[in-house]
Design a protein around this ligand. Structure first.
Ligand code: ZN
Length: 507
């Protein structure tokens, strides 16, 4: 994503009059010392990261009170050769969208978890311009900010933090998702992030090395990155400005309403792009692996061709597929997916294709329709796996449904049965004995629930249900009962028996 829509000069000359919320919102201007002055927000920039017909989604979500993150990080060039580190600062505009008073705010510091293997130290924290002392718990992976005045529903608060972080240079931690390895810097969750608050309280479950770790609400992101000038920087959202001074570059990226923000960079990335349905798809691949880079691009484009029609259109302006070292097959982030770099050096492409489709589908199941990835991981993972089948049916024709279901799901499930290893698909990520059992049960057996539902409802009712599920819960969060209710109300049949058999039960 190297598109530059505005020269920096124009950004700086934007009149203050533009920098307002919608009329229903109170503009936020806090005059204080320059170092932590609350930045002005220009929603028109965030709308540029949307397709024009979905630009209003920015206003609609602002009216709902979504969080706004304004983040600056500086990758220290001299540190990359030894112990990579960066320093960051962050303004957060947080509105209490709950129905109860909040006495505390929570932030997750994922670099401090064993799944990430780095460090993140908060240097200072301000609430509404007051310096405060937050509490660190859970091995420094959760920051608790006490609010001297409880935050009432619909009231907002400004948080300002400065921090510094280190990045491991190995693949030993979890999937190796947060690392500088093999010329690629991968930075998921490089900022303190607010977890979901619901009727169970703040979601700060311990992260384990496998599975997904985040459970977050939609937010707007405005992120400025300073890094060595030769790095090709790829992020969630759109890069709208770029400048170079001496040996460093500064880029600014903004998003529409998204669930997270991811950064990766490498001096070795090459790229190829194609447009589909008004969306710019970019494939970033290792130097010289052009054929594989084009292959990933085509798979992503064909995925969008299928799922924009089948569910709801992807509302954002760009999407990136990036070859990044990871022990996982791939990893999903809003507006950008990682596909394991090793696939770009193999002649066998079947799993490369499947992973690229799977991670792309997460833009709908996880990205747009959020779910609790820690307590109900099957809800997005098993559905995403099953949805892959539709890509094969659409692209390669009849006969693919059974062939692909046998290949990716039935074979795994049969092994579970043959080894007396079957267990319920339902459960927290940490309920499974390890990555192998988690993979076989959630990714192998779990999709068979959706095949059983589709068989019972018929294609028309099944896909009507899935389209409604996407429409009802886009930018929001669904739980398993929400999906079951959709099957009953839209699909016309209660599928509780199938849910008991395939998700809650075991043989
Ligand atoms: Zn997945």
């Amino acid at each position: 994503m190297k598109k530059i829509l505005f020269p920096l000069l124009i950004i700086f000359l934007l009149p203050l009059a533009c920098n307002i919320y919608t009329q229903e919102q109170t503009p936020v201007y806090v005059t204080t010392s320059p170092h932590n002055m609350v930045p002005s927000f220009d929603l028109s920039l965030h709308k540029q990261a949307m397709q024009p017909c979905f630009a209003d989604d920015v206003d609609k979500n602002i009216k709902k009170g979504i969080t706004i993150y304004n983040i600056k990080i500086n990758i220290i060039p001299s540190s990359l050769a030894t112990e990579p580190k960066f320093i960051g600062s962050m303004h957060v505009h947080y509105t209490n969208t709950e129905s109860v008073m909040l006495n505390q705010l929570f932030f997750r510091l994922f670099p401090n978890t064993s799944a990430f293997g780095g460090t993140m130290n908060i240097s200072s924290t301000y609430i509404n311009n007051q310096l405060i002392n937050p509490e660190l718990v859970s091995g420094n992976s959760t920051l608790i900010i006490p609010l001297s005045t409880p935050l009432a529903p619909n009231d907002h608060v400004q948080i300002y933090m400065t921090y510094e972080a280190t990045i491991p240079t190995t693949m030993q931690n979890g999937y190796g998702r947060y690392t500088y390895y093999n010329d690629v810097l991968s930075l998921p969750n490089f900022y303190p992030i607010i977890p979901v608050f619901d009727d169970k309280g703040w979601h700060v479950e311990t992260s384990i090395p496998y599975g997904d770790v985040t459970y977050t609400d939609i937010a707007l992101y405005d992120v400025t990155i300073t890094a060595p000038k030769n790095m090709i920087i790829v992020t969630s959202g759109d890069i709208i400005a770029k400048s170079t001074r001496h040996e460093v570059q500064t880029v600014r990226a903004v998003t529409g309403p998204m669930r997270d923000f991811y950064i990766t960079m490498s001096e070795k990335f090459q790229s190829v792009s194609q447009e589909i349905d008004g969306i710019k798809i970019n494939s970033y691949y290792p130097a010289e692996q052009t054929e594989q880079g084009k292959f990933a691009l085509t798979v992503a484009v064909e995925s969008f061709r299928t799922f924009n029609q089948l569910f709801i259109p992807y509302p954002y302006h760009e999407f990136d597929v990036v070859a990044v070292p990871t022990k996982a097959g791939g990893m999903e982030y809003p507006g950008i997916i990682v596909v394991a770099k090793r696939y770009y050096y193999q002649t066998e492409k079947d799993f490369f294709e499947f992973v690229t489709v799977h991670e792309t589908i997460h833009q709908w199941w996880y990205g747009l329709v959020g779910n609790d990835q820690i307590n109900y991981p099957w809800l997005d993972e098993a559905l995403t796996q099953y949805t892959c089948i539709q890509y094969y049916e659409n692209r390669y024709g009849d006969g693919q449904r059974k062939r692909q279901i046998d290949r990716w799901f039935n074979n795994s499930y049969q092994i579970l049965l043959n080894t007396n290893s079957d267990r319920p698909v339902a459960g927290m990520v940490s309920d499974f004995s390890g990555a192998d059992e988690y993979g076989a049960v959630v990714y192998g057996k779990g999709p068979l629930f959706f095949e059983a539902v589709r068989t019972q409802l018929g294609d028309e009712a099944y896909f009507d249900s899935m389209r409604t599920y996407a429409e009802c819960y886009r930018y929001s969060i669904a739980d398993p009962q929400d999906l079951l209710d959709i099957f009953t109300e839209v699909g016309g049949q209660n599928v509780e028996d199938l849910y008991q058999e395939w998700i809650l039960g075991s043989q």
